[in-house]
Design a protein around this ligand. Sequence first.
Ligand code: ATP
Ligand code: MG
Length: 408
Amino acid sequence: MQLSMTVWWGITALLTLLLAIQFFLYRQKKKELDLQISENMRLESKLTDTRRDLAELNARRKKLLAASTQGLIIVERDGSISSANKVAKRIFGKFRKEEITLMRWTRQHQLHELVEHTLAGEKMPAMYFNAADKVLEAHARSIKENREIVAVALAVSDVTELQKLSQSRRYFVTNISHELRTPLASLQLLTETLLNGALDDKEMAPQLVEKMAAQVDTLSQLAQEVLDLSLIESGRAPLKMAPIPLNDIAQTQIERLSLQAERKHLSLKVEIPEDISVLVDQAMINRVFTNLVHNAIKFTEQGGVTVSAQMPNGQTEFGSREVESGWIVVGISDTGIGIPKDDLPRIFERFYKVDRARSVGHESGTGLGLAIAKYIVEAHGGEIWAEGNGRAKGTTFYFTLPTDEIVE
Ligand code: ATP
Ligand code: MG
């Protein structure tokens, strides 16, 4: 009995010990599991953070690519394109990523070579090439992974306008120097002739001085035009609009040119109703009147120049164009040499002169006066054009100006 009790106790104690050990092991395992779970959760949240950061970074990268005014392309080592922004697609056209290489997409051998050299580790300068009437500039940079070049980033810009601008600047300077040289050479010749005895010749001297005055006139016109153009181009000439009686502007400008008309025995008339007011920048509109009347005098040998204006009421007698109400049409008409029909659309271009040969005998000009007048009229929202005077000789220049609706 005693023995069986002892065995019984022994078994119970053993079972209890086993249970205790199992419980201990279970606790240990649970602790480990809890630790594992919390570590997993920490890692998962870190992963979520990283994923979010990455998505944000990607979104920013996409925005950066989209915001760029340059075409951006990433070319992989095998020539395939892994990324290209909208500007690049606008330049070279759309493409299917999987099946195209840079060469097949752009068909630009030079661009392909630029990439090849950059992949080979060379630092390449900017490259210029032509594609579909455009002048393009390309820069290439290598992309490295573990110090190995794996791809090339290309930045392509459309520099057509820039090139045109610098070309037109060069053209401008060449023209200006040429235009300066002609009147200066004449002045030099005339001065020398006077100094070499002509000054004492009572008949010849006034003629030569008159010729000198005409050349000085050309030079001051040129200086004014260059100044006007530089002001206009720099955008430092915002319009200062004010209501002004049109007749006053025309009379003042005509008076300034009356001496030139007198010299050529030309009549100079202003026929503008006194009650017409315009809303304009006076200094600017003065230039339009001066340039047009100056031309009219310059290209007329007989007869004269008439400046008139009319408020159109539906149909205008002025020129062949319909003009809306709210606008005044000014016409500057001369009885001069006229302008051939084919040249009419081009005379407002910078430096354009109708047949240079016919300018012989007339004062030379730069060909800027009408370009400036057009710019000013259009800045006021108006239009400017020229028409031949039918069978009669001469030309009429028309331009429209906004009426001053408030001041009657
Ligand atoms: P600038 O005005 O710069 O001194 P320009 O008078 O030659 O030089 P524009 O005023 O721009 O230049 O005129 C361009 C061209 O248009 C002139 O060279 C001339 O051939 C022609 N032209 C302009 N006005 C008349 C006109 N009233 N009659 C005949 N031809 C004209
Ligand atoms: Mg002119």
